[in-house]
Design a protein around this ligand. Sequence first.
Ligand SMILES: C[S@@+](CC[C@H](N)C(=O)[O-])C[C@H]1O[C@@H](n2cnc3c(N)ncnc32)[C@H](O)[C@@H]1O
Length: 425
Amino acid sequence: MPAVYAAAMTDATDARLAAQYEAYPYPRRDPRDETKRLIVGSPGHLREIDYWVFGARRPAAQPLHALIAGGGTGDATIMLAQQMAREGRAGSVTWLDRSAAARKVAQARAEARGLDNIVWQQRSLLELPGSGLGPFDYVDCCGVLHHLPDPAEGLRALLSVLAPGGGLGLMVYAPHGRTGVYMLQDALRLLASADEPPAARLDVAKRVMRHLPDTAWLRRNGFLDDHVNGGDAGLYDLLLNPRDRAFTVHELHALLAAEGLTVTCWVEPARYDPIPLLPDPRLRTRIEALHPTARAALAEALAGNVSAHIVYCVRQHTATGPADPTAADAAPVLRELSGAELANGIAPDGTITFVFDGLRQPVALPPLAPAILRLVDGRRTVGEIAATLAGRGTPADAFARAWAATFAALERLNRLLLAAPSHQR
Ligand SMILES: C[S@@+](CC[C@H](N)C(=O)[O-])C[C@H]1O[C@@H](n2cnc3c(N)ncnc32)[C@H](O)[C@@H]1O
């Protein structure tokens, strides 16, 4: 195909993508709901950024400047700006997106919360190089790169505004958990031309959904619900999107490695570990011989339930790994639940079970774990927790063993992390 023709086609598809998000800003959100709940998730959670990007080494008092590229109706922007405001953290969150309709919703959400730490930039992320924006300590791009004409160009645009020592939080679609989506996209393309207005295409999709055969893989796919619970925006985004592609672990790794990036966390790390999925000693030696990325790819292919990859990544040459969780001055923090809530979820046999897209992950914790978790509040240090438990008769070596085991078990579930160092400590 002549290059000029290919470029024109690309532009037409991208123009349809832009029209989609004007007609159906994504995700569907009602600003009035901001009084009822804060939507939290990954990437872009402040505690995850502190730990997975900065390794719990960057002081909480140092201003944090974040860019949410392709911010849509504002989930990550509102979450991060609210978390920063709540914790009195200095800095700013820049929402950037092409969609005026999405901006309207996101701004109304910010107003409903009285947030004044957000900067609004309505433009394409491909214009970031040379834009004068940034540098940003953290760049978030959730559910956007896979819609771009060239995801690598998009990634390079994000990197052009990333500060030295900063990091990214990305989400891209993954193929196995989206089984059925691309078949239905193919079917809808036959019935509704890409040139028809979005409302007409949506009408066709709704009619098709009413008659979807029982055997259609999307019907059998329990990992996705945007087409059921996401309103018009969700249905359109899943089934009528003019361009989306899914990345396997290997494909995402290659995309990142080509730009000099290394993954600090596949969220959640436990989901990318094949060992619990194959508890056969003869297989274990084979698994252990694999490169970490191949292990993650193995888990992805075995479980078959990952519909999106969420990763934190940093430039290879600045990667330092997280701080030592056993250091006396490390301050553990729970990502969302309180220590008491987590402790209450531990069964009498010492296990706690997490379920990720239908896959149960039982985790064995030491007998001291409930007592430790009840003392974790993001401020108390490991040394202080040890001292409190010593006052209740726990020997130092017993605490050290139990703490190391508890942290290792819950860090890989992205539940227990280390907080950014604070001056109060
Ligand atoms: C699937 S939505 C994701 C929204 C949000 N990040 C989330 O996860 O809830 C994709 C968003 O990317 C935006 N987008 C697509 N191409 C873009 C581009 N070149 N520059 C900026 N935003 C873009 C769309 O307008 C849309 O709001």
